[in-house]
Design a protein around this ligand. Sequence first.
Ligand code: GDD
Ligand code: MN
Length: 364
Amino acid sequence: MATPPLDCAVIVPVLNEVDNVEELTARVFAALGPLEGEILFIDDGSSDGTPDLVERIAAADRRVRLVRRVGRRGLSSAVTEGFLSTIAPVVAVIDGDLQHDETILPQLVEAVASGGADLAVGTRYAGGGSVGEWAAARVRISRFATRLSAGIMKTQLSDPMSGFFAIRRGLFLDIAPRLSQRGYKILLDIVASHPAPIALAEVPYSFRTRVAGTSKLDGAVALQYGELLLDKLLGRILPVRLIMFGAIGLVGTVVHMALLWLGLAVAAFAFPVAQALATLGAMTFNYTLNNALTYRDRMRRGWGWIAGWASFCAACSLGAFANVGISTLLFSDAWGWWLSGLAGAAIGSVWNYAATSWLTWRRR
Ligand code: GDD
Ligand code: MN
């Protein structure tokens, strides 16, 4: 054999981390010491030159690899692709911004390699671990999210929000088809997607303050966390996208009524004009929110945004016809007015969901 086999792979998801990747690479290899390891950077189209820098590092060191993704986004799915791109028996995941303490990597890897555990997690909430200099509000949010997650897991982790862990690759491959791959919390996704408890080791560490670059955690990420929980709880019954589409549709109805009132009372339009404008406004509102939230991973931008808007309005207009037609039929069949109306609206909404998922946000 030309080179010794790998003991482990270290996956590093990166989005605009140009000032961190070189230092991280050096520190990870230093920490691994005699362990044979490779580092896989998974980049989602960074605009700051991160992938080019990783290429230069990799050109000088074969143990470093780069996976570039186009047209796909998201921390969990990036990490998943990393897992699928290595054959190392033990795979670790670490942030690319130096906030995770890489010196515990050998402990995480050894815990799994020794056969003592299938999953080893770096934890901030047990024996000696800490969240470092987090603002009090963020500590509270993190703890709250942690408590919410307990209900969907067979293995109780002290820090299920952690993005710092090592796992036996074979176990990951078993779980992979069941993953939600939504949002940020791949560890939670892994544990929640496994039907039985997992042999667990926990290694405490202190979360560091970010020095270079900026965090990618924002409001939408929190929402995606809610989606992950929902998907794990209800995913088998109702797709989370349909739930979100419906919720946005309900808010859209309120927007519709507000616009209608404005058109009638303030602008003094004739009813059909006000109703048409309100419908267009509500459709635009629904489209914008669904594009940014429900289909964040397939978000349409630029000209694509306009083309998407046109196809959304076209699909929903058909949905409105179906709605009116079916509810009228039911009404004439002696169903009550509200039941007929509700049934029409529900069928129209499901049509809108199905048609736009295909027309407007088809996976390309
Ligand atoms: N490829 C890719 N795609 N990488 C991403 C994406 C993405 O969409 N979003 C974020 N990253 C990368 C960042 O570049 C960074 O290396 C790492 O993922 C974590 O992102 P941060 O934005 O720094 O997240 P954080 O510090 O708020 O939270 C992290 O640490 C927590 C504590 O362990 C996350 O890893 C959490 O999952 C973790 O709980
Ligand atoms: Mn970070």
